[in-house]
Ligand binder design. Structure first.
Ligand code: ADP
Length: 480
């Protein structure tokens, strides 16, 4: 494993200018598992310059040549799935099974956008004038800055890198300071796949704001693609507005999960448990508000609690379901939300506290928790949890359910369980969210557009729409 030379700039692995590094720790026990280069402004500016210099060459390659690099990267990532998954479990804490699934999902973006590269079609339009023609071209927009989070440390990188380089853009990527080693592993694959120098550059840092500033404000950068918190997203969008950069923003969520009285409460509880405790609750599509029809609340809650009691808490490499939270701040937030809810009358059905069992006290483990009788006065009703706490809220009819589900400024994922087809369609159309799962807890795939409305973000990643984010539309009018 690289030790400190984790910057990939203009096709070379290098250390930070003054040799500075920062520690990378295993969130399950706090031990140091490696060190990453602590880049600052100067290294970032060099990376941007390298991307700028590489742009004419890379955008001038054929789509078939760009696709070939992505296809090779897909093959390499698939071959290295097990090593990548083990690294991810150590660095991020998720179970090995979940890490393997993430690597497969990450690799899917490489192959999907290898194909999409060849489908960047333009158009000819009928003109309103004789002797005149219109053409529409779609062209790569230039140098892209990408900033990625720690919760999906491999797939959130390929979801940006693959469409950017498929489109013919060049880029600089800054991974989260908690998970730089996964980013290094992805860039080693891109290098091995034959990506030319300067096309994709990696800048690891423990000082996100210092590196973020040139990434977001440099005039050479034409687009920012960001995945992270709504708070930081708003800050960066403001900075990027200075010279009207294009933006893609994948931000926080506050997903409603609505269970109607015609649904099977046990089946719905299984779905709720799987998606609520996905990645220990640390995913932006995790339900934050679980609305259950009052008439089936008891069997639903009993089935959910039963499942939660069977979840195994521990290290991701030990076959566990619930891993550590990423850091102390994450643990403190969950503890604060649970204390606030119970003080205001929520009933704790299971969990509710930090786990300090033998071998786990050095990590930030929180027991999977179910709270009943949650209401709108509680912090958890408004604030994203990003932890393993399921909040149950009763409702009485469909009109009330849609009003409650939409009662948030966020708009990423949403879920509804019902056997009534007409109700499912009415509800899917009325939900003000970018993603709706109908009796479905996994409405995501490389081939599907992912993204939110409201303060959950701008733009879509994946799907046919994913590559549009990296293309400008040019109109050519020709008099003949
Ligand atoms: P979280 O709270 O989930 O860690 P953040 O929004 O803080 O989410 O982090 C997501 C990404 O944004 C990470 O790569 C982080 O380093 C980066 N980041 C945080 N603050 C800034 C900033 N001021 N400028 C640039 N990047 C930032």
């Amino acid at each position: 494993m690289r030790q400190g030379d984790t910057l990939y700039i203009d096709g070379e692995w290098t250390a930070a200018d003054r040799g500075g590094t920062f520690p990378v720790t295993d969130p399950a026990n706090g031990t140091e598992i490696g060190r990453a280069a602590d880049a600052g402004r100067a290294e970032t500016e060099r990376a941007i310059a390298a991307a700028q210099a590489a742009f004419p060459g890379w955008s001038g390659r054929t789509a078939y040549e760009r696709a070939a690099v992505l296809d090779t990267a897909h093959r390499l990532m698939t071959e290295q799935c097990e090593e990548l998954a083990q690294l991810m479990t150590r660095e991020q804490g998720k179970s090995l099974k979940a890490a393997r699934n993430e690597v497969k999902y990450a690799a899917d973006f490489l192959s999907w956008f290898a194909e999409e590269a060849k489908r960047v079609y333009g158009a000819t339009l009928p003109s309103n004038r004789a002797g005149h023609r219109f053409f529409v071209l779609r062209q790569p927009l230039g140098v892209v800055s990408a900033i990625t989070p720690w919760n999906y440390p491999v797939s959130m990188i390929t979801r940006k890198v693959a469409p950017a380089i498929a489109a013919g853009c060049t880029m600089v990527l800054k991974p989260a300071e908690q998970t730089p080693l996964c980013a290094v592993a992805v860039f080693e694959i891109l290098a091995e796949a034959g990506l030319p120098a300067g096309v994709a550059n990696l800048v690891t840092t423990g000082r996100p704001a210092e590196v973020g500033e040139p990434l977001v404000t440099s005039p050479a950068v034409r687009k920012l693609t960001f995945t992270g918190s709504t708070q930081v997203g708003k800050l960066l969008a403001g900075q990027a507005a200075g010279d009207m950069k294009r933006l893609s923003m994948e931000l926080g969520g506050h997903a409603p999960f609505v269970v109607f009285d015609d649904a099977d409460p046990v089946h719905a509880a299984k779905g709720a448990a799987l998606v609520k405790f996905l990645n220990t609750g640390q995913a932006c599509i995790c339900p934050n508000r679980i609305y259950v029809h009052r008439s089936i609340m008891d069997p639903f809650a009993a089935a959910l609690v039963d499942r939660v009691k069977r979840l195994k808490i521990g290290r991701g490499d030990g076959g566990c379901d619930i891993g550590p939270l990423v850091d102390e701040a994450a643990l403190a937030k969950v503890q604060r939300q649970v204390a606030d809810a119970t003080a205001k009358g929520a009933r704790l059905l299971v969990g509710g506290e930090r786990v300090l069992d033998e071998g786990l006290a050095q990590g930030q483990f929180f027991a999977p928790t179910v709270l009943a009788d949650v209401d709108s006065t509680m912090t958890i009703y408004r604030e994203e949890t990003f932890g393993p706490v399921a909040a149950l809220i009763p409702f009485d009819d469909e009109a009330e359910a849609i009003e409650l589900a939409n009662d948030t400024e966020y708009g990423l994922a949403s879920y509804v369980y019902t056997k009534d087809l007409a109700r499912a369609l009415r509800f899917a159309e009325a939900l003000q969210f970018g993603i709706v799962g109908v009796n479905d807890i996994n409405p995501t795939a490389a081939a599907a557009p992912f993204g939110g409305v409201g303060v959950s973000g701008l733009g879509r990643e994946g799907g046919a729409q994913g590559i549009d984010e990296y293309l400008d539309v040019k109109l050519v009018g020709i008099s003949i």
